[in-house]
Design a protein around this ligand. Structure first.
Ligand code: 8YV
Length: 311
């Protein structure tokens, strides 16, 4: 009899197919009566795979035998980690396998935002080139990038930016002992010294609205903010207002506060590039992320050490 698992939220379809072939799976989003659905499963569920949607304390309490949440994603801010820890539930995530994919898009967003590539595309398609040249845009090579969060993804972005001859600054709670880049403990001061403010820190309460009006005004009318972290890291309504006022020079955004809903005003701005939270979305990377979910579940049920348990 196969083990039973809850799948609490959607993820890469091929991963769900493999889970369906390996376990008796129960998909929370298919439940018509959520409470009744969970009550019926509760005694048998020791492990869950989580993707989109919140895995909160109430869901954990509905599954008193739950011991593992195998999360599809490196960011697990939609899983209440404190509640899991208090209940002795391990969490695994999918680090490393998506680092370069996300860093690639981060640099692509940097160039696209600075050179207004999406506006330029519209400029050509809408026939405006026939009327005259595209206005000048902004240089990337040799400029300064301030990275918020020099973790695996932040370091991969820094390596790419160095390839563009950029100067790298970084900000996080504490300086790294293994990084040669200049650490700046004051985020606003780093923003003021940066042409590009790159957000690659974890989401969640600790970084919520970390990039606020003070930081954005320090970045200034020539500065561009790039966000491949979480929408929650920026005070989004403030960003929209400062972009409208010209107090911030531009933005390249792959993540938003209320996905898939994007503030309508951002969609009208030529100095803003928006993407649908797809930095890790290639078949190779999503397959590798799913394999980590599968392997962590397999290790759990085999009584082996988990591969990527979060601290
Ligand atoms: C999502 C991401 O996991 O890994 C992360 O933290 O932000 C993404 O890779 C992906 O959108 C799957 O839902």
């Amino acid at each position: 009899m196969p083990e039973e698992i809850l799948i609490s939220g959607k993820m890469y379809a091929r991963t769900i197919e493999t889970l369906d072939a390996t376990y008796k799976t129960h998909k929370l989003w298919e439940a018509k009566d959520r409470a009744g659905f969970l009550a019926g499963l509760a005694p048998r569920i020791r492990a869950a795979a989580s993707g989109s949607g919140n895995f909160d304390a109430a869901l954990m309490d509905a599954l008193p035998n739950l011991k593992l949440i195998a999360h599809f994603g490196v960011g697990y801010d939609n899983v209440d980690a404190k509640a899991a820890e208090a209940r002795g539930i391990a969490i695994t995530n999918t680090p490393d396998v998506l680092t370069d994919e996300v860093a690639d898009l981060a640099m692509g967003l940097t160039v696209a935002a600075a050179r207004r590539m999406t506006a330029a595309e519209r400029f050509v398609r809408e026939g405006n080139w026939l009327k005259g040249p595209m206005p000048f845009t902004r240089r990337v090579h040799g400029k300064t990038m301030g990275i918020v969060g020099l973790g695996r993804i932040g370091q991969a972005i820094a390596r790419r930016a160095e390839g563009f001859g950029m100067t790298i600054l970084y900000h996080q709670r504490n300086a790294r002992t293994d990084a040669s880049y200049r650490y700046m403990g004051d985020l606003a001061a780093m923003a003021a010294a940066s042409d590009f403010l790159m957000l690659s820190c974890p989401g969640g309460k600790a970084t919520e609205k970390l990039v606020d009006e003070r930081v954005l005004r320090a970045l200034g009318p020539e500065g561009i903010v790039i966000n491949i972290a979480r929408g929650s890291v920026i005070d989004e309504p403030v960003l929209v207002r400062l972009l409208r006022e010209g107090a911030v020079g531009g933005a390249g955004l792959d993540v938003f506060v209320d996905e898939p809903h994007v503030p309508a005003e951002l969609l009208t701005m030529d100095n803003v590039v928006v993407q649908p939270h797809h930095a890790s979305a290639t078949p190779e990377t999503r397959t590798a992320m799913g394999q980590l979910v599968i392997d962590n579940l397999g290790a759990f049920f085999a009584g082996r050490k988990l591969l990527t348990q979060v601290a």
